[in-house]
Design a protein around this ligand. Structure first.
Ligand code: HEC
Ligand code: HEC
Length: 352
């Protein structure tokens, strides 16, 4: 809450400072545009993406990364030997699965959308409700989950030992060979490579005033001002790592499942926005199919939920973006899409 207040104060300062830029006038004058650029470049909530943080104890050596890649693509990590991480985090579908909600191992529909793993190394908590504290902790979730990979962990080590090649690969990567912890570390290390960075937005923030078109700059100005997006999508991965209920009509308990606090009912961790053009559909229930729909959703102040965040009711309900503003905002969001790495399926051990 303290953080939100700080953000609001910063926001009101920047809104005061840019009242002319936020009027209905078009920014055709170069002088105006220069002023807006100066203001954006001095906004402390806009930070270019830096290096992904690496926790102590997870070595990012070539051996560990190669092993992590094999495990990510290996369907034998699942109970029925058919589902791999890649099944739901497909490099050709923006490292998600392109569906509104994921398909369970028995074919039924799951509750939540498979989020992209792009830039997941930048979050301080993982999952839509933030129930894991690191990628290492996160990785073991889907493997054991009866609906996802349904593979009891105690049997996984023995299973991998029986696959020709894994023992050597693990020993090359870790002193103690195949263990549950090392499976998690290798998967986490590999995912830290799945990054979208150095977009024109990052180049702009690093001082290249020509990196964005004037339309994109107007969009960023809206993002950081009149449209309030920056209140929650801020900092280097454009997520404040906090939880909000945008008013999506759903009985998903959200953060409440972790804290048991009524105020957290339906609250979801703010997702980052890098890679966003590749990861439709949007929101934790995949209910919005396009970025245009996302903008319309915010422009009407979200939908209805008894625990809708006050910020949504107070500030987002009156956005009243014009058609042109919506299209500028969209142009800016598209810049964040960037180019996700193209990682193809490696040859898996023991399959020859
Ligand atoms: C059957 C589909 C499925 C499989 C298989 C699967 N995931 Fe996921 N993944 C999901 C869903 C759905 C979520 C969101 C769950 C939630 O928040 O409750 C998720 C969340 C994540 C997240 C969190 C991203 C974020 O923004 O917080 C990461 C990282 C991740 N998965 C990595 C993996 C890894 C590694 C594997 C393999 C060990 C894997 N997933 C296997 C569907 C899947
Ligand atoms: C009050 C905090 C808050 C504000 C303000 C906010 N967002 Fe979000 N945003 C979130 C949260 C939380 C989610 C995930 C909600 C869910 O799935 O229930 C989200 C989801 C999104 C998504 C979908 C991401 C995905 O991977 O599915 C996009 C795109 C997005 N926001 C863009 C914007 C834009 C553009 C604005 C400004 C018009 C904005 N947001 C304002 C908190 C916020």
């Amino acid at each position: 809450m303290k953080r939100l207040l700080a953000v609001l104060i910063l926001l009101s300062i920047s809104l005061l400072g840019c009242s002319s830029a936020n009027s209905q006038e078009k920014l055709v004058e170069n002088d105006d545009l220069d002023e807006v650029i100066d203001m954006l470049l001095s906004n402390e909530l806009l930070v270019p993406l830096g290096e992904v943080p690496i926790p102590e104890g997870t070595p990012m050596t070539p051996e560990v990364l190669e092993l992590g890649k094999l495990l990510f693509f290996d369907h034998r990590l699942s109970g029925n030997n058919e589902v791999s991480c890649q099944t739901c985090h497909d490099s050709e579908l923006g490292y998600g699965d392109g569906q509104a909600t994921f398909t369970k191992i028995d074919g039924a529909l799951g509750l939540r959308n498979s989020p992209t793993v792009i830039n997941s190394g930048f979050y301080t908590t993982l999952f839509w409700d933030g129930r894991a504290e690191s990628l290492e902790e996160q990785a073991l979730g889907p493997i054991q989950d009866p609906g996802e990979m349904n593979q009891p962990l105690d049997k996984l080590v023995d299973k991998l030992k029986l696959i020709d090649g894994y023992e050597e690969l693990f020993l090359a990567a870790f002193d103690d060979g195949i263990t549950i912890e090392n499976i998690a570390k290798a998967l986490a290390a590999f995912q830290r490579l799945i990054v979208v960075n150095e977009t024109p937005y990052d180049r702009f923030l690093k001082g290249d005033r020509n990196a964005l078109t004037s339309e994109e700059i107007r969009g960023l100005d809206l993002f950081a001002g009149k449209a309030f997006c920056i209140t929650c999508h801020n900092g280097e991965n454009l997520s404040d790592n906090e939880y909000y209920n945008l008013g999506i009509d759903s009985d998903d308990e959200g953060r409440f499942a972790v804290t048991g606090d009524d105020r957290d009912l339906g609250r979801i961790r703010t997702p980052g926005l890098y890679g966003i053009t590749h990861t439709a559909p949007y929101m934790r229930d995949g209910s919005l199919e396009t970025l245009e729909e996302v903008i319309e959703f915010y422009n009407r102040g979200g939908d209805n939920h008894p625990n809708k965040s006050i910020f949504m009711t107070m500030f987002m309900s009156e956005l009243q973006l014009t058609a042109e503003e919506k299209s500028d905002l969209l142009a800016f969001l598209k810049v964040l899409g960037g180019e996700p790495p193209n990682i193809t399926k490696p040859e898996l051990p023991g399959l020859k």
